[in-house]
Design a protein around this ligand. Sequence first.
Ligand code: ADP
Length: 735
Amino acid sequence: MALAPALSAMQRGGCESESAAGWEAAAAEEEEEQGRVDAGGSGEPERTAREEPAKARAPAPAPAQPGAAEEGDARVLRRSPPGPSAEPAQGPWSHGKPRSRGRSCKRSSGRAADGYHFVRPVTVDSSKARTSLDALKISIRQLKWKEFPFGRRLPCDIYWHGVSFHDSDIFSGQVNKFPGMTEMVRKITLSRAVRIMQNLFPEEYNFYPRSWILPDELQLFAAQVQMVKDDDPSWKPTFIVKPDSGCQGDGIYLIKDPNDIRLSGTLQRRPAVVQEYICKPLLIDKLKFDIRLYVLLKSLEPLEIYVAKDGLSRFCTEPYQEPTPRNLRHIFMHLTNYSLNIHSGHFVHSDSTSTGSKRTFSSVLYRLSSKGVDIKKVWSDIISLVIKTVIALTPELKVFYQSDIPAGRPGPTCFQILGFDILLMKNLKPILLEVNANPSMRIEHERELSPGVFENVPSLVDEEVKVAVIRDTLRLMDPLKKKRESHFPDLYMDRKHRFPLGSDRLPSAKLHLSKLSIVRSQQLEKPLARKEDPSDSDLASSSDGSSKPNPDAQLPSICLKQVFPKYAKQFNYLRLVDRMANLFIRFLGIKGTMKLGPTGFRTFIRNCKLSSSSLSMAAVDILYIDITRRWNSMTMDQRDSGMCLQAFIEAFFFLAQRKFKMLPLHEQVASLIDLCEYHLSLLDEKRLVCGRSGRLGVRPPYSGTAQEATAAALLAEGSAPPCPDRLSHSRHALS
Ligand code: ADP
């Protein structure tokens, strides 16, 4: 276990892998030439400040988060990354001869004359990829990018972390995790975030089962169940209890009565969510199944969401029956977890992606469509569920983000693949079960040779779906894409023209990806797409007649479909909490904090002109203390003192209800947000007119552009001297 880090340290200390070092020398020169401009090529304008060279920064602690493990870790046979010798470094077009190619290119005096530029390959640090390593390697090879399996002294373009943002300290480039995502998708936090949205938009958020947080809401749970039972004695509900930090079905059980919750000892130590159990799932061959869908959060600000066109369906291994006291413990009947069902004698491994206990979701849809199901409607309901869920998660994520990567400090940009677990009800309504921050990207599965002895064998269905997701995520995040496009304009234009992004001309399902063996993935680097479509052979050579291969032209169309901002118009009205989070962040004050102090809260009230004769500042202070104290005791979060976002939202709801009594809740809240934003924009304007650069007292929303940041910096509440304009106003008022 300790071998890999030790090796890695040795490699870093001495000469790194020969080929890697050779490449680095060339790459370093090249990077100098190219500057860091390329790193912004993925189209995230506000991030340029974070691409400064790494400065000394206090190493980010890597807290041992319960539940922060990569999904599927529990039974993982850990492997050290293959050594450099096993993985000869390859340049983009050189097929194993990066140095000579890179050098000859550098030395070529005719470079400027013939206009030939060598676009360096994108570099990926895979040293922390853990169980996604196999799929990542295949993806990098298909893209002809450069992998650094032991890390790299120089910055890489992309860092692939298996578990969390904090897996290593990074100050530039892109990392495949957002800070705080693991916390955000834990069962309790997710339930809280969705509940806020359910309060605001009950109809829109009825895709998440009603949930209670244990132990805090045990009494409430029991009381509410009793109330419904009193109303309707024929109601025989079932509930599912899920430990907050659990995964892979660990610790989950079904109950018929609130009194059946296992209180003995564990609940205090292991908080949980109790949730309505969906008793009527859609069945195929009498079996319950769920859907694992991969969702790429490409950017938080602006919000960009992609959904993979294919996912996995995981089947139970015992025919389903609605829950009765006798079958409540039949896990193979009620829980679809692969990690559980694989241990059932009835688990079916299949060589086909459309049969067996784990299949592609597209094969399930195909089957449903053959039975007359409107699968377009199913898809659009699923996409809507995904967008709404991400909208529920982003406000707090922004708070985490600005805390870990404060505006103006060097840091990476983030993206993340999320695993959405969805259940289809008998009436085809999709239900969100949970979101995984670290969905398993393993492309092999275990086979039990004899009791207790397992071997790993390639899993075709996993490989087909997961490699496409990772590869296409990388393609979407490609920081050098613009540069490459400018070098191969004809190729890219042709490609775009013929196979626009997301087109179905070459569906990924058609592409038979290699099995695990890297040898086969190397074969795949060759004329893969040409097999699919003969016209692609034209794309593989540039219009100037030179044979510079364009890897993109050889790949199938991107399997990730943009759903946001594409459907922004339909969903933007739901983003109220997001706007509240922007207000919250603006008044946070000290960089790196996640909680609002009493002064920040008072300033918020004052600047938004919310105090009045009926809401004195003393009442504001009491409101702050009251709500903050309750939330801090509830979340047992002792990291910072102060008001967390959830508490701020509660206070905001309270203020909105007071001010706009007659409206429905979401309109009350929307009206108050409008009012706050209006007063703050007036303040911003005044400060801009003033043109004074005061000291930073209030932070700009982290997401703002450089101009907005300057404007907000001018705001410096409480610390900037009043501008003459303001003074003259008050003088007029006084006189
Ligand atoms: P874990 O993270 O431990 O996998 P999940 O929330 O995914 O926890 O639940 C495990 C399994 O239990 C799901 O895959 C699903 O089959 C079943 N399940 C979870 N919640 C519900 C529910 N509300 N109704 C019906 N089945 C559920």
